[in-house]
Design a protein around this ligand. Structure first.
Ligand SMILES: *Cc1c(COP(=O)(O)O)cnc(C)c1O
Length: 495
């Protein structure tokens, strides 16, 4: 257990509450302007009672946040194999460019004429995403993959409505889909029809044909699917849906395996979202700002969210709000522009060849790991994978050790656990995505660790059942943590 995440054990007791009455973190200079009565200045807006705030010195605050940051897993500290979430390294160059004052400090309401550079960047990023995906146009506005999906399904609904095709109330979704797919369709008022995957983990044309009728508005599919497999029947499946008058939504959250190699638009996809915070290396996690641009084929362009950036004949850039068939606005401003700058920097710094190479390396790394692990863990759908692979705990059944135990034990070795118990069609799934940014040595260390854990399951199952042992806290009540999170500081006496 040499590479666990422990540094020096600072003599700091594990207490959260550090507020002390009267302790201050700032020192203000003496007042050097005429004093104005607060009541006169603020009137009704003046608080009746002072706010209850923690009272801390600057040093208390610095230590608190620095300590918390080191208790977390981070992609800057180690391999973060979270399947479907693509925790790839975020190059620091992206960060440097996103901090350029002209970009970082631009107010969202600045007139277009004064932020031409930013609009040009957005216009170019739209073009890059369109050309990588084979879509006709892209809106950068959605703030997450799920919001991109919502926008995409809204456009599908608007498309059918514009043709007075009102019978369509169903959306077909394979049983391997990410949970956001049915959620996006249901939020648009559609009924969800689950389509079963075949024994090989893929969607088959006959299953789609059987589910297809003139009430189907769309099929939502993910390629590569959540098992990491390339849906080889996608061309035929799109034909079946199109010939029945439906559209095909492509969940492009994970384009890591396709960049520069294959394009959803060429496969027959009509609408798709991208996750800049997955494929395009912008920071991801903690509920921070994401970006889930949504792309469409030509027939759906009129429905794009407003505003869209247009280039004028003179070569300048404007916000176009005048789009009568638009689904409307999805964000108070223009989306999370800082993420767009990072993704733009990433795409330009790699170039077309670099993007293709990143996809090839992502696929190679996933297959390398799978090959090293397949003798030690059950592989529900054997064969070549794309950017991620799915294992299960079936081979450990006799030891009583489950996927959850394996995941928790990985934490003791300094790894963030992979995605677990998803996709739902694999009992005890461990979904591993190494990404292209990991070296051969890092992959070997990770594989060695997982192999050692499989051996330990037979030799010393208790060590796994009680893991993690090297963290500040061990197993938490995850349901309570999710259902009743304590997200902000409360004064101690007000429980
Ligand atoms: C991550 C992901 C989403 C949702 O993206 P968010 O940005 O988390 O909302 C949708 N589909 C798939 C396959 C994903 O991996």
């Amino acid at each position: 257990m040499s590479n666990a995440t422990r540094g020096i054990a600072y003599e700091e007791p594990l207490v959260f509450e550090r507020s002390r009455p009267g302790r201050r973190g700032v020192g203000l200079p003496p007042l050097d302007v005429p004093e104005v009565d607060a009541e006169t200045l603020l009137g009704e807006a003046l608080r009746k009672e002072p706010a209850t705030l923690p009272e801390l010195s600057e040093l208390d605050v610095v230590r608190h946040f620095t300590r918390l940051s080191t208790w977390n897993a981070a992609v800057d500290l180690g391999l973060y194999p979270l399947g479907s979430c693509t925790m790839k390294y975020n190059p620091k160059l992206n960060e440097q460019l996103a901090r350029l004052p002209g970009l970082a400090l631009a107010h969202p309401h600045t007139p277009a004429a004064e932020v031409q550079g930013l609009l040009e960047l957005m216009h170019e990023l739209e073009g890059q995403l369109a050309s990588v995906s084979g879509m006709s146009r892209v809106s950068l506005q959605p703030a997450a993959g799920a919001q991109g999906e919502l926008a995409g399904v809204m456009m599908i609904r608007a498309y059918h409505a514009s043709r007075d095709d009102t019978r369509r109330r169903k959306v077909l979704i394979p049983d391997s889909a990410h949970g956001t797919n049915p959620a996006s369709a249901a939020l648009n008022g559609y009924d969800i029809v689950a389509v079963p995957s075949g024994d090989d983990g893929m969607l088959h044309p006959d299953a789609v044909e059987a589910a297809m009728d003139d009430e189907v508005a769309a099929l939502m599919m993910t390629n590569p699917n959540t098992l990491g497999l390339f849906e080889t029947h996608i061309g035929r499946i799109c034909e079946i849906v199109h010939s029945g008058g439906g559209l095909v939504y492509g969940d492009g959250a994970n384009l890591n395996a396709l960049l520069g190699l294959s394009r959803p638009g060429d496969m027959g996809i009509d609408v798709m979202h991208f996750n800049l915070h997955k494929t395009f290396s912008t920071p991801h996690g903690g509920g921070g700002p994401g970006a889930g641009p949504v792309g469409v084929v030509e027939a759906l362009e009129p429905f794009l969210p407003v505003p869209v950036v247009e280039q004028t004949e003179a070569g300048g850039f404007v916000w176009d709000e005048d789009r009568p068939q638009t689904i409307g606005r999805l964000h108070g401003n223009h989306g999370n522009v800082g993420m767009m700058v990072r993704a733009y920097a990433y795409i330009l710094s790699l170039g077309a060849d670099g993007l293709r190479r990143s996809a090839e390396m992502a696929v190679l790394n996933a297959n390398y790991l799978l090959t090293r692990l397949q003798e030690h863990y059950h592989v529900p759908f054997p064969g070549r994978v794309m950017h991620e692979c799915v294992l299960s705990d079936r081979g450990l059944a006799e030891t009583g050790i489950t996927t959850l135990d394996v995941a928790k034990r990985l934490i003791d070795h300094g790894y963030h656990p992979p995605t677990i118990y998803f996709p739902l069609i694999v009992a005890g799934a461990l979904m591993i995505e190494p990404t292209e940014t990991e070296s051969r040595e890092a992959l070997d260390r990770f594989a060695d660790t997982l192999i050692e854990i499989a051996r330990e399951a037979h030799r010393d199952p208790e060590a796994l059942r009680t893991a993690p042992q090297r963290t500040r806290l061990t197993r938490l009540d995850e349901t309570r943590a999710a259902r009743k999170p304590i997200l902000r500081w409360q004064p101690q006496d007000a429980s």
